[in-house]
Design a binder for this molecule. Structure first.
Ligand code: NAD
Length: 481
């Protein structure tokens, strides 16, 4: 098979790495290499960051009215809409996410650009009521300069859009470092940004490996803000690198989110919500509802309904719209899942479903949807993120125990509550420690709704009305009258 040759985007040019070195991207559905990309080194990253700084400093960009940036963002949203199918296929081939899921994400992605477009000319400072009659003082939110966006492989377009749109609305320039496992759709998004009118150098993409290209970007002295999404271990490197230049940070990290089913839950919706919560993207989702806490009175019925529903999940090629679950994005991730399931069994977990590679799918990196009954919350599979299609199920009795168990985690990204008692839904939403709480739903998403976590899930929020302000810094101006 001939490999597609992709290039990275620096200062409006589609370019190679200075060293000429490349890496390959594999198709998770069959394990075959399908594309070759530039393996950016320190010199390439430096070139991209300097190009972004130069583009940021140009009067054509600095003095562009905010409304004009808004128009470009609106066009970009429209272009994403028009190219939805092509972008979906590109992303599915690169990271193995179901075509149904990439199409679904691309359905709401234009909203992220349109929403930020509307905010671009509403970034306001204030006049300060100072106690001096001969002075006038006011604040101006100003763009920061060069923003670095570091993206993981599980939802490249969505996780880029949620950074790119507000960063551009605020008037910054950006250098994006996609995951080495999924760069293709982001390169295409950057091409569309050029088509939408963003000048050369305002949107750059460096392709390459985390420890080289990613590390060079996070420690570059001209980078003023790093928007990072990825794992906590990588985040520690990023935080250390940011300390060199005190770059501002937002960290969207992993999770071990609790999906809590009460006795009075509507069984069918709860089962569907739990299945979507953990098995979407083959469990490779930061908000995966991987800890199922189920109340004593409904436990047996719930397990029966859930395992029956899981048996109907069709595993298959992610490009096939009939498939319900695709492969792991990388072979290494499949190895992690197998290791963690083996460890859970050794620690006393009982397999209620799955826990093996499916028959007849030897070429790709597939794993069956898996349900593990866990005798205690101390099992490593209850404590640690698997990032695969593995749900750990535990019993509880009553609200107080549900809250205690839900909050017994170093992560705190998302939570689901399933109950017909809406007052209880409110109480749980208040008491469960998580950045997002869904009551009788899971995975609802909108450009208007901030996402982010606490603890090992990171800090900072993305999305929502304040997201543009996060890409600005306030300047205070005093004028002697
Ligand atoms: P990862 O941490 O391995 O990689 C993320 C990005 O960081 C990649 O682009 C990688 O190349 C880069 N990177 C690696 N080492 C680096 C370094 N030393 N310096 C700078 N950059 C470096 O994560 P992943 O395996 O791609 O994604 C899975 C993780 O992402 C999971 O933990 C998941 O929960 C998390 N995630 C979080 C969210 C969220 O919104 N909270 C969303 C999706 C994924």
């Amino acid at each position: 098979m001939t490999l597609e040759r992709l290039h990275m985007l620096i200062d409006g040019d589609w370019t190679e790495a200075a060293s000429g070195s490349v890496f390959t991207s594999l198709n998770p559905a069959n394990g075959q290499a399908w594309a070759e990309l530039p393996d950016a080194g320190e010199a390439d990253v430096d070139r991209a960051v300097r190009a972004a700084q130069t583009a940021f400093d140009r009067p054509e960009w600095r003095n562009l009215p905010a409304g004009a940036r808004g128009k470009m963002l609106r066009r970009l949203g429209d272009l994403v809409e028009q190219n939805r199918e092509r972008l979906a296929v590109l992303e599915t081939r690169d990271n193995g996410k179901l075509i149904r899921e990439t199409r679904g994400q691309l359905g709401y992605l234009p909203e992220f650009f349109h929403y930020a477009a509307g905010l671009a000319d509403k970034v306001e400072g204030s006049t300060l009521p100072i106690d001096k009659t001969d002075m006038f003082a006011f604040t101006r939110p100003e763009p920061l300069g060069v923003v670095a966006a570091i993206i993981p492989w599980n939802s490249p377009l969505y996780l880029t859009a949620i950074k790119l749109a507000p960063a551009l609305a605020a008037g910054n320039a950006i250098v994006i470092k996609p995951s080495e496992h999924a760069s293709a759709s982001i390169l295409e998004l950057a091409r569309l940004a050029g088509e939408a009118g963003f000048p050369a150098g305002i949107v750059n993409v460096v392709t390459g490996l985390g420890p080289t290209a990613g590390a060079a970007l996070t420690r570059h002295p001209l980078v003023r803000r790093i928007a990072f999404t990825g794992g906590p271990e990588t985040a520690r490197h990023v935080v250390r690198a940011s300390a060199e230049n005190f770059a501002q940070l937002s960290l969207e990290l992993g999770g071990k989110s609790a999906n809590i089913v009460f006795d009075d839950a509507e069984l069918e919706s709860a089962v569907n919500g739990v299945v979507a919560g953990i098995f979407a993207a083959s469990g490779q989702s930061c908000v995966a509802g991987a800890r199922l806490l189920v109340e004593d009175g409904i436990y047996d019925r719930f397990v029966a309904a859930l395992t029956e529903r899981m048996a109907r999940i069709r595993i298959g090629d992610p490009i096939d719209p009939e498939s319900d679950m695709g492969p792991m994005a990388t072979e290494a991730q499949l190895g992690v899942v197998e290791r963690m399931v083996a460890e859970a069994k050794a620690e006393g977990a009982t397999v209620l479903a799955g826990a093996q590679r499916p028959a007849g799918h030897d070429a790709g990196w597939y794993y069956e949807p898996t349900l593990l009954s866990c005798p205690s919350a101390d099992l490593s599979v209850v404590r640690n993120e698997v990032f695969g299609p593995v749900a750990a199920i535990l019993r509880f009795k009553g609200e107080a125990q549900a809250v205690a168990m839900a909050n017994d985690s170093a992560y705190a990204l998302a939570a689901g509550i399933w109950t017909r008692d809406i007052a209880r839904g409110h109480r749980m939403a208040r008491d469960v420690r998580a950045g997002i709480v869904w009551v009788n739903t899971y995975r609802a998403v909108s450009a208007m709704a901030p996402i982010g976590g606490f603890g090992l899930s990171g800090y900072g929020r993305e999305g929502g009305i304040e997201s543009v302000l996060d890409y600005t810094a306030l300047k205070t101006v005093w004028i002697n009258l």
